[in-house]
Design a protein around this ligand. Structure first.
Ligand code: SF4
Ligand code: SF4
Length: 527
C-alpha cells in the first residue's frame, strides 16, 4: 500500500531533502534550483529560465550533493528523497568563481556603455560571487560588436556568453529557428540561422531573456540607463489577449514595455507588435479641449458639449447617438453607458473599435481591442454595431453624436448637426467636431480591461496624462453634472466597485492594491 508520501504510481509525491543543513519537503519533479528558489537559497545561473528548457550549458548553478563525486548543475538535477544539497561550501564557491572567471575571460566588460548595465546578470553575479581583479592581462578575442540580426534587434557577439536562451525563445516560444550557434571552443558565436533573420513576431523576447547586453532593442538602446526607469504593472492594449506587462518610464516618457509573468494569460512573453504600442502614447496627441477648432478651457468646452447634447436630447433622443469603443477601460465604459442611458436618455449606443487583424495560436488575438469582452458585458445586448452606425449616419437617422474613445469610425460625420468627440489623438473626428475633449490613454490611468478569457485585469497609471487630457470616467461625470445628473465619481475605483455590483459577470473581480511605480534596481534585475 502506498504510504502518505507515495503517489499511486509508486513515485514519491513529496520528497524530503536537506539544503545547507536545513530540512525541507518539496513536490517530486522539482529541480534542485527550483527547490532552492522556493526556500530563498540563492544559486546563480545564466542559461536557465523558468519558461524555457534547461540545457545546463553555463555551469554557473553547480551545487554539491553529499555522496556525489563532483558538483552537479542544479537547474538540471531533480530533487530526490533524502538528498543533501550544499550550495555554500568552499568547493561550491570556488567552482562558482572559476565559472565566472571563465565566462569573463573574453568578455569585453564594457558596462559603462552597455544597455544592460544595472540589470545585467553577469554584472550582478560578479559583484555577488566573485568581485576580484582579472588575472588575464592578455588581449581578448575580438568578435563583431554591431550585428543587425533583425527588424528590432541588434547583436553584440563579444558580449554574448553563449547561454542559448535566445535560441530557445525562438524555438520554443515563437516556434521558429532564427538563431543558432556557430563554431566551437573560444571561437563559438551566436548568429542567425542560414537564410534567416531574427524577424519572428516575438523577437524582442530574446532581448528580455538575454542575461547580458548582447541583444539590444533598436527602439531602446542608448536611450536610457536601467536604474533611471520606473516600473508600473499594467496590461497591453494591443489585442484581446491582454498580456500582462510592466511599463518602464522615465521623466514622464514611456521608454519600453516588457512582459510581466501571468501563467494564465501570457506566461513570460509578449509579441513585438504589443511591445511597441507605447510609441502611440507620445505621438500626435490631443492635448487641450477644443471648441469650434480652437483651444478652450475645460469649463467652456464642457458647457458647450453639454449644451449641444442637451439640445439634441430635448429635440429627439432617438436621433442622438453615443459611440463607445472596445479600446476604453471598464470604468470609462460604465460611466458613459450611465450617461447615455440616464442623462442623454438614448438607446442608440454603438460599440466600435479597431478592426480585426492577424492572429496566431501563441498569444496574438485577431480582435485588436483590449476590452471587447468588458464592453459587451457592461453594455449588455443593447449595443449596436459599427455597421449600424455607418448606416444610421448615412441615412440621416442620427443628427447628433457623442463619440468616445479610439475607433475606426466609418460613415460620414460631416452630415451631423452636432458632434462632440472625446479622444486621445488628433485626426478626422477632432477636425469635424464642434467640441473635442482630450482623453487620457491606457498608460495614464487607473482602471481595468476584461480580456478574451473574461479576466478583469488592472491598469495602473505610469505617467501623467498628456497636456490637459483626463480619464474618461471623470469627463463622463462632469458632463453628467452639466446635464443635471445626480451622480458623480471621485476616482476610478469607485466606478469599478459600482460596475462590479451591477454587472453580474464582473462580480468576482478584484481592484487589487494600489501600485506605485518602482525604480528598477539590481534587486529586481530581469532573469
Ligand atoms: S545573445 Fe544573450 S541570450 Fe543569446 S546566447 Fe548570447 S548571452 Fe545568451
Ligand atoms: S498578444 Fe496582444 S495583448 Fe499580448 S503583447 Fe501582443 S498585442 Fe499585446
Amino acid at each position: 500500500m502506498a504510504g502518505e508520501n507515495q503517489a499511486s504510481s509508486g513515485t514519491p509525491a513529496k520528497v524530503k531533502i536537506v539544503i545547507d543543513g536545513r530540512a525541507h519537503e518539496f513536490p517530486a519533479g522539482l529541480t534542485i534550483l527550483e527547490a532552492c528558489q522556493r526556500v530563498g537559497v540563492q544559486v546563480p545561473f545564466f542559461c536557465w529560465h523558468p519558461g524555457l528548457s534547461a540545457p545546463a550549458v553555463c555551469r554557473q548553478c553547480l551545487v554539491e550533493i553529499k555522496g556525489f563525486p563532483k558538483p552537479v548543475p542544479s537547474c538540471y538535477t531533480p530533487v530526490a528523497d533524502k538528498m543533501e544539497v550544499i550550495t555554500n561550501s568552499p568547493k561550491v564557491l570556488d567552482v562558482r568563481r572559476q565559472m565566472l572567471e571563465f565566462t569573463l575571460l573574453n568578455h569585453p566588460i564594457d558596462c559603462p556603455i552597455c544597455d544592460k548595465a544595472g540589470e545585467c546578470m553577469l554584472q550582478k553575479h560578479y559583484f555577488d560571487w566573485d568581485a576580484r581583479l582579472a588575472r588575464n592581462d592578455g588581449s581578448k578575442l575580438r568578435k563583431a560588436k554591431v550585428v543587425d540580426v533583425g527588424r528590432h534587434v541588434v547583436l553584440d557577439q563579444e558580449r554574448c556568453i553563449l547561454c542559448s536562451r535566445c535560441i530557445r525563445v525562438c524555438n520554443e516560444v515563437a516556434r521558429q529557428q532564427d538563431l543558432v550557434m556557430a563554431f566551437r571552443g573560444d571561437r563559438q558565436l551566436l548568429t542567425t540561422a542560414p537564410g534567416q533573420r531574427l524577424d519572428n513576431p516575438y523577437s524582442l523576447n530574446t532581448v528580455d531573456v538575454c542575461p547580458v547586453g548582447a541583444l539590444t532593442a533598436k527602439d531602446f538602446r542608448f536611450s536610457m540607463r536601467a536604474w533611471e526607469l520606473w516600473a508600473t504593472p499594467s496590461v497591453c492594449p494591443g489585442c484581446a489577449t491582454g498580456c500582462n506587462i510592466e511599463i518602464h518610464a522615465a521623466r514622464d516618457v514611456i521608454r519600453r514595455l516588457i512582459p510581466r509573468l501571468n501563467p494564465a494569460v501570457n506566461k513570460y512573453w509578449m509579441c513585438d507588435e504589443g511591445r511597441l504600442i507605447y510609441q502611440r502614447v507620445h505621438h500626435n496627441r490631443l492635448v487641450s479641449p477644443m471648441v469650434a477648432g480652437s483651444p478652450a478651457s475645460w469649463d467652456a468646452a464642457l458647457a458647450e458639449a453639454a449644451r449641444l447634447l442637451a439640445q439634441a436630447r430635448d429635440k429627439s433622443p432617438a436621433t442622438l447617438g453615443v459611440v463607445l469603443s472596445a479600446q476604453m477601460t471598464n470604468e470609462d465604459l460604465f460611466a458613459f453607458s450611465r450617461l447615455a442611458g440616464e442623462d442623454l436618455r438614448t438607446s442608440r449606443v454603438y460599440l466600435v473599435g479597431a478592426g480585426e487583424g492577424w492572429r496566431d495560436d501563441i498569444l496574438v488575438s485577431a480582435d485588436k481591442n483590449p476590452n471587447t469582452t468588458g464592453a459587451k458585458l457592461i453594455g449588455g445586448l443593447t449595443l449596436r454595431t459599427a455597421a449600424d452606425l455607418k448606416q444610421d449616419l448615412e441615412t440621416g437617422v442620427l443628427t447628433a453624436l457623442l463619440l468616445v474613445g479610439e475607433a475606426d469610425v466609418v460613415g460620414s460625420l460631416g452630415l451631423l448637426q452636432s458632434l462632440v468627440v472625446l479622444t486621445s489623438h488628433q485626426g478626422a473626428p477632432v477636425a469635424a467636431a464642434q467640441v473635442a475633449l482630450p482623453l487620457a490613454m491606457w498608460a495614464e490611468v487607473d482602471g481595468s480591461f476584461t480580456n478574451r478569457q473574461g479576466k478583469v485585469q488592472r491598469l495602473h497609471a505610469a505617467i501623467p496624462p498628456a497636456g490637459q487630457a483626463r480619464p474618461g470616467w471623470g469627463i463622463a461625470a462632469r458632463l453628467g453634472q452639466a446635464l443635471g445628473a445626480g451622480w458623480t465619481y471621485a476616482n476610478a475605483k469607485q466606478v469599478f466597485s459600482e460596475a462590479r455590483d451591477k454587472v453580474t459577470l464582473m462580480s468576482g473581480a478584484d481592484w487589487g492594491k494600489a501600485e506605485m511605480p518602482v525604480q528598477l534596481r539590481f534587486a529586481n534585475s530581469r532573469g
